[in-house]
Write a protein that binds this ligand. Structure first.
Ligand code: ATP
Length: 638
């Protein structure tokens, strides 16, 4: 049996061609426009009867056309064996070997058009070749395709080979000389991977004593934190070939291709052992089977099964380490995580500010920096950013500097790039004066509440220049990376977010549509406070699977509800209570400091953007009042 799907397709195509050829051979198209072979004497009779319109003489053969179809029954040469007369307009006859002197005068007398052509010079060999040529061509093409697809592990490339080969690119040390020097921070992960490097450098040292090293290592972490870079660096440090492929490349449109690519990838790696296989986005094929999460994709499951069997199929002497990266370890098929497969996980986490400074240092190695550049300040002002973001930031700053024809990248350029990354590109949008005024009041509301309430993150920038999707923006940044938030701080954050809307109400007596995004944020945060962080006294220290997010991607997870309708109702009540408390708190602060709010909005309207320094200057010249009731609201739970 032919198992490879490509071989099956080719065999089928070949059979179709053969059947088609046989059909054409047995029923040639000529039978559709019949020619009758007649006797020479009969031909001359028909000429005499004026039944012949034209003839062509070619060597010893004469072909011709009757003036109209002749429905005469010819005993010697009808195609119909039934004996029924049949009409023919084309005929053919053989000329006698002795020159018939009578023929041409006879044709002329009866006004037959005579056409003479040189005799066909066809040797037996050319006839044979002409007949066989189509078959030779068909067979040749088939053989070529068959050879190319069936030759696993042969020379790469080719028309159909593209689909069955893994496409894994081989990065030898010369081509990709990444080392741990290129990976900033991530000290713990590097430590864990040292063992793998030691093994790849001297596999015999480990195998000699019968030790078994983890075959599969899963690098887990949010996107852009340097998982691919880390795997490349491990290969570089160990000085071994590195085969990398993204799991989504396995799954093509043809069933069976993914599995054959996996097979090919592992074969290549084994041939070049010791080596590293790196599979990026493992979750693209590694999702749990049968959950419907991958849409029950047959091809994906086949690929996954093949991967599992390849992982199991390693011999102890195969010095190949398989590394894979994912940011969704929660959706992976448990079979992948079993001992002997990806049984070791290395977490590649978001960098803290110290690591961010190191990453910035790595990426500014080749960038001419001005003296005023302080990478630590930038690192501290970019909480939450990962390696890829920081690389993008440096690149963006270099582009801004180049656009300004600057010789060096200065702090100003890096700040501009940071704002672009954090707040989006500035948009050229014409705002009417009234719209600008509403936006200024709205943003000032956020800024004032944030400056007045305790436990809030400091304001980095306030602007009424449209950026990204927003008409204006108030950007808060924590002074340091924060991992813990207290209830009062979160409640204050809810009040800050609702401050924009509350300021609009205070000045214009009504709300605008500008707070849509604020309300979404408020709802999401309050939901988490109640359901996940147990910050409602009424519900107590309970956790509910509502408002749960993916740990890295921030996506809402669709989970089945595991609490009663009554609890759901109380949850709603508690969320509502939190939001109303925050709103009240914001209103109290803004009413108490109404004049300061007005002044801030006016400056913002004039200057359009106020940075940290300018805000500090503004608030230092004024005294903000924090009403007792507002302060108390942050700390009283029920
Ligand atoms: P994804 O999950 O999206 O595939 P990833 O975690 O594999 O992302 P990489 O592709 O390795 O991330 O990183 C993207 C870029 O970010 C790299 O090219 C690298 O330059 C930079 N980068 C990330 N982390 C670091 C780091 N720790 N040190 C230096 N550069 C880093």
């Amino acid at each position: 049996m032919v198992k490879d799907p490509w071989q099956r397709i080719l065999l089928l195509t070949f059979l179709i061609l053969v059947i088609n050829g046989l059909y054409m051979y047995m029923f040639p198209p000529a039978t559709r426009d019949p020619v009758i072979q007649i006797a020479y004497s009969r031909f001359k009779d028909e000429v005499r009867l004026d039944n012949v319109a034209a003839v062509t003489i070619q060597g010893e053969v004469l072909t011709g056309r009757f003036t109209e179809p002749l429905a005469t029954f010819y005993e010697d040469a009808t195609a119909d064996k039934s004996g029924e007369p049949r009409a023919y307009q084309q005929f053919r006859t053989n000329l006698p070997p002795i020159d018939d002197q009578e023929l041409i005068p006879l044709l002329e007398t009866h006004q037959v058009v005579v056409n003479v052509e040189p005799p066909e010079d066809r040797s037996a060999l050319t006839t044979l070749i002409a007949n066989l040529l189509p078959w030779i061509i068909i067979f040749g093409i088939w053989w070529y395709i068959y050879q190319r697809t069936s030759k696993q592990g042969g020379l790469g490339g080719g028309l159909l080979n593209r689909y069955s080969k893994s496409g894994a690119s081989l990065f030898l040390r010369e081509a990709s000389s990444k080392t741990f020097q290129d990976v900033a921070g991530l000290e713990e992960a590097k430590q864990e991977l040292q063992e793998v490097i030691a093994y790849l450098r001297e596999p015999q040292k480990f195998t000699k004593l019968g030790g078994r090293l983890p075959r599969g290592i899963l690098l887990v972490g949010p996107p852009g934190t340097g998982k691919t870079l880390m795997a490349q660096a491990v290969a570089g440090e160990a000085d071994v070939p590195f085969f990398s492929i993204s799991a989504s490349q396995f799954v093509e449109m043809f069933v069976g291709v993914g599995a054959s690519r996996v097979r090919d990838l592992f074969t290549k790696a084994k041939q070049n052992a010791p080596s590293i296989i790196f599979i990026d986005e493992l979750d693209a094929v590694g999702r749990a089977r049968g959950t419907g999460l991958g849409g029950g994709h047959d091809e994906r499951e086949q690929t996954l099964n093949q991967m599992l069997s390849e992982l199991d199929g390693f011999e102890p002497h195969d010095e190949v380490i398989v590394m894979a990266a994912t940011n969704r370890p929660d959706v992976l098929d448990t079979a992948l995580l079993r001992p002997g497969r990806f049984d070791r996980q290395v977490v590649i986490d978001r960098p803290d500010w110290r690591d961010r400074a190191k990453i910035l240092a790595v990426h500014t190695r080749d960038v001419p920096l001005a003296d005023d550049v302080d990478l630590e300040t930038i690192a501290k002002g970019t909480p939450g950013m990962v390696g890829a973001d920081l690389q993008g930031l440096v690149n963006e700053a270099a582009l801004i500097a180049a656009r300004e024809d600057a010789e060096q990248v200065s702090m100003y350029h890096l700040d501009q790039a940071k704002d672009r990354q954090l707040m989006g590109m500035e948009r050229k949008l014409y705002l009417s004066e009234q719209e600008k005024r509403i936006t200024a009041i709205h943003e000032s509301g956020h800024a004032l509440v944030a400056s007045c309430l305790p436990n809030t993150d400091p304001i980095h920038k306030v602007t009424i220049i449209p950026r990204g999707q927003a008409l204006g923006m108030t950007q808060q940044l924590p002074e340091d990376d924060r991992y813990h938030y207290q209830r009062s701080g979160l409640l204050a954050q809810l009040a800050v977010t609702l401050g924009g809307r509350a300021a609009e109400k205070l000045f214009f007596g009504e709300y605008s549509t500008g707070a849509q995004n604020d309300l979404k944020q408020v709802m999401a945060l309050a939901e988490k406070m109640v359901c996940q962080w147990g910050m409602s006294e009424k519900l107590g220290p309970l956790s509910f699977n509502r408002g749960e997010e993916h740990p890295f991607l921030g996506l809402k997870l669709a989970t089945e509800k595991t609490f009663s309708e009554k609890t759901a109702w109380i949850i709603d009540q508690e969320i509502e209570k939190l939001v109303h408390t925050a709103q009240e708190c914001a209103e109290l602060v803004l009413t108490e400091n109404r004049e300061v709010l007005k002044a801030l909005a006016e400056i913002l309207f004039e200057e359009e953007t106020l940075d940290k320094e300018r805000l500090k200057e503004f608030f230092q010249a004024r005294t903000l009042q924090l009403p007792d009731k507002a302060r108390a609201a942050l700390y009283v739970s029920d």
